[in-house]
Design a protein around this ligand. Structure first.
Ligand code: C5P
Length: 218
């Protein structure tokens, strides 16, 4: 019997990470933040002096990333980089390295390794389409770009990181464009995924909807 997977895909700052982590906690399942792997790859490249468009160089780094995900921290070679990978420059870098097929390939098997009993909730852009095509529940979670910019803004301010709405909005629009126009694993709603538009929803409402769709009503 295959280990069940709930795949939650959607655009940047949609809240899918928060929803996915809460669904995983509610079920006692594992959680994969696949975007963090792309962010870690971009950070590792920056630190190694490898350009974000050097496909072979970045792919080699992706294949050998020394990462450790715990409940409270994301570590790269032992160092807690949870805040470093959320910086806007690294967000841009992540979306650049994510457009390179060899990098996506290098990260594919690492992502599948997260699938362990009793279940996995994965969030990203291609969880339901490429990484876990046999996922039991597939959700495309989105929100208007304005609401997403507002959510990202609040998140940054809460962390004590300086931010402005306008550049965030601009950056989200550019990233949406790059993520949905790329040739490999573009961001789009899969035909077998359910649409969850959270523009006017609370996090808890979104969590409950995913749990209901997965047949795991608590
Ligand atoms: O979800 P998050 O914003 O952390 O992802 C960072 C970047 O990584 C995205 O802009 C996207 O380009 C890329 N990504 C991806 N496939 C995934 C997850 C993230 O291409 N499964």
């Amino acid at each position: 019997e295959a280990v069940p997977v709930i795949a939650i895909d959607g655009p940047s700052a949609s809240g899918k990470g928060t929803v996915a982590a809460r669904v995983a906690a509610a079920l006692g399942w594992h959680y994969l933040d696949s975007g963090a792997l792309y962010r870690l790859t971009a950070l590792a490249a920056q630190r190694a002096g490898v350009a974000w468009d050097d496909e072979a160089g970045v792919a080699a780094l992706a294949a050998t990333l020394d990462v450790d995900f715990t409940e409270t921290a994301i570590r790269l070679a032992g160092e807690d980089v949870g805040d470093a990978i959320r910086q806007e420059t690294i967000s841009v870098g992540a979306s650049r390295v994510a457009a390179l097929p060899a990098v996506r390939d290098a990260l594919l098997f690492r992502q599948r390794a997260f699938r362990r009993a009793p279940g996995l909730v994965g969030d990203g852009r291609d969880m339901g389409s490429v990484v876990f095509p046999d996922a039991t529940t597939k959700v495309f979670l989105t929100a208007s770009v304005e609401v997403r910019a507002e959510r990202r803004y609040k998140q940054l301010i809460e962390k004590g990181i300086a931010a402005n709405i306008q550049p965030l909005l601009q950056d989200l629009r550019e990233r949406d464009e790059r993520d949905s126009q790329r040739a490999v694993a573009p961001l789009r709603q899969n035909e077998d995924a359910r649409l969850l538009d959270t523009t006017e929803m609370t996090i808890q409402q979104a969590v409950n909807q995913v749990l209901t769709w997965s047949g795991k009503v608590l």
